[in-house]
Structures are given as C-alpha cells and as structure tokens.
Design a protein around this ligand. Structure first.
Ligand code: HMG
Ligand code: MG
Length: 292
C-alpha cells in the first residue's frame, strides 16, 4: 500500500498544490503501484495539508486494477470520502489512549464505538475497509506498549470486518525481534493474509523489521515514495519506509512487487521539485543522478 500522498503529505509544512498531488498519484500509478492511499477525510483544521481531500479524490484518474483509499476518522469523513469516489476507506486508532486523545480527540473505547458506526455504514454499502493500529511498537505519550493490547484491538477490528489490519510503528522504535514476537502473538487472532505492517523509519530499522516479518509470512507492507511521511500528533515521527528502498530490497530477494523502480524514482524526483526539498530514501539518493 503506497501511503505517500496521505501519510507523506499530511506532515509537510509546505502545502502541495492539488495539481502536483494529482500528478504525483498519476506517476505512482505509472510506476506500477496498484493500492494507493491518496488522502484523508479528517478535519482540515487538524491536518491543513490535506484540506483539498475532496478535489484530490475526485481528480484522481481511474485506472483498471488500481484502488484508491482514504483515511476516515468518523461517519462524517466516511460520507465525504465515499461521495468523492474513493474505492475503499481506512479507519485508524492507536493502541494507547494517550495517542488517541491527541490524534483523534477521544479514548480508545470511544474510537471503537465511532468505528462501529462507520463500519456498519461500510457493510450496508458493500464498501471494503482497512484498519490501522498505530503505536503498536511504542507510544510517544505512554512508552512501551504490551503486545496483548495490539492483539486485542486487531481481533476487534477484524471482527468489525476490516479486510486487513495494518500494524503501525508510528514513531519507528521497533526492532526485528520485537516484530517477530508481535507477529507471532497476532497469529492467534489474525490470518497472515489479513495483516500488514506500516513502519516509520525514524531509527533506520524498518527494512530489517520487514525482512523479519516476511520470514514469519507477512506479505503486505505500507510505504511512502521517497520516504515521505510522519504523524503530526506523534512528536519525533519521521517518514515511512521508502517505497524505493522496499522495492529494491524485495526485488533483490526475488520477491516480485510489480513496481518499476526507475519510474518510481522519477515520481519522487518530481515531488521533490514541488516540495523544494530532498526526500530521505537511500535508493532514491543512489539513483538520483541516473534518473534525473
Ligand atoms: P473533533 O474536534 O473532536 O470533532 O475532531 P467534533 O466531532 O467535535 O467536531 C468538531 C469540528 O470538526 C466540527 O466542525 C466538525 O464538523 C468537524 P465545526 O462545526 O467546528 O466547523 N469534523 C470534521 N471535518 C472534516 N472531516 C471530518 C470531520 N469530523 C468532524 N471527518 C476528528 C475529531 C477525528 C475529526 C479530528 O481529531 C481529526 O480530524 N483528527 C485527524 C488527525 C489525523 O489525521 N492525524 C494523522 C493521522 S496518521 C495516523 O493516525 C497514523 C497512521 O499513519 C498509522 C501509523 O503511522 O501508525 C494511520
Ligand atoms: Mg503513519
């Protein structure tokens, strides 16, 4: 799942023009990405960088086999997202009350009750939805997070009907051993084909954690072109694992991704121009001059 246009751009201090966002999404599709989280239908006062969510969702060109997703925090967001034409939505909450309170202004229990309403609507509409559990490896407000809290929430989100739950290392504190322990604990409640990992690469451990999770049988990973990203309500959270770095590693290991690395690098380079800064992906740095 490419999350650059949402998770990446939500954290940019410079607001990227809608036109440049749409060109970025189109370039990502051209590079072979087929699942793209394009925006979030959250309160624009909380996330000003995504205030053009409806224009982005309406403007993103349809392509056969390509699915566009959007984050929704409540029924209001769900209604706006679905009337703007996204194919699927994603609900999101953290494993801790501390982060939920800062990020979505409610407790974990209140978030679950909001999402019961959202998912009831999605069921009635036949709309697929994904779910996130953030701060699964550690919380900026509460510190260590016991795997049992993550397992409990994942079980509840799957029971609500999420087709996949993405486990977030929101502040990039995890390590491969912790990843293996968490994935093994999750196997009790979740079939492996309904789990994904969403790893911010704040401390450079994301690829190692993905390699460990692959060995455990996980095969769905979120990433951001160029390594864009972060959560404005998680101090210190930097970008997601870069799609370039992930694709390079997986293809080198013989895992087919369907992504054309040269085209992806060009998509990130064009976005760098729009942002006026270089993105942190290591593979992008290595290929920058050859693809420019
Ligand atoms: P609230 O202020 O508690 O909401 O915000 P409220 O219900 O009291 O309503 C207050 C105002 O918000 C009202 O407007 C509502 O209409 C409006 P007013 O009458 O004052 O003009 N409102 C909305 N506007 C647009 N879209 C909506 C919406 N809902 C209410 N959907 C709310 C609660 C959840 C809306 C707010 O806290 C919010 O938008 N939070 C989102 C923050 C966010 O997007 N954070 C980054 C997400 S990244 C993440 O969480 C991690 C992830 O990447 C995984 C990982 O890394 O681990 C997913
Ligand atoms: Mg994130």
């Amino acid at each position: 799942m490419e999350v650059g246009p949402r998770d990446g751009l939500q954290n940019e201090p410079a607001v990227v023009e809608t036109r440049a966002k749409l060109a970025f999404i189109e370039a990502l599709v051209g590079a072979g990405l087929t699942r793209i989280e394009i925006t979030a239908f959250v309160n624009p006062r909380w996330i000003p960088a995504l205030a053009d969510q409806a224009e982005v969702a309406r403007g993103a060109r349809a392509h056969p086999g390509v699915r566009y997703a959007a984050l929704v925090p409540n029924v209001k967001g769900y209604e706006a997202a679905t009337s703007s034409g996204v194919h699927e939505v994603a609900i999101f909450l953290a494993a801790t009350d501390g982060h939920n309170q800062k990020n979505i202004n409610c407790s974990t229990a209140e978030a679950l009750s909001r999402y019961r309403e959202v998912t009831a609507r999605a069921h009635a509409d036949g709309r697929p939805f994904r779910a996130y559990v953030s701060c699964a490896f550690g919380c900026p407000y509460e510190g260590k997070v016991a795997p049992g809290r993550v397992v409990d929430l994942v079980g509840k989100l799957l029971a609500l009907g999420a087709y996949e739950v993405s486990i977030g290392d929101t502040i990039g504190v995890g390590n491969p051993r912790q990843t293996v322990e968490l994935v093994r604990a999750l196997k009790d409640v979740a079939p492996l084909d309904r789990l994904a990992l969403h790893l911010h690469d704040t401390r450079g451990t994301a690829l190692a954690n993905i390699a460990a999770a692959l060995d455990e049988g996980v095969c769905s990973f979120d990433s951001s072109a160029g390594g864009l990203g972060g959560c404005p309500y998680a101090p210190g959270a930097s970008g997601n694992v870069a799609t370039e770095d992930l694709v390079y590693m997986l293809e080198g290991m013989g895992v087919r991704t369907g992504v054309d690395l040269d085209k992806l690098v060009r998509a990130s380079l064009a976005l760098e121009d729009a942002l006026g800064r270089r993105l942190p992906s290591k593979v992008l740095a290595a290929m920058r001059s050859a693809c420019a």
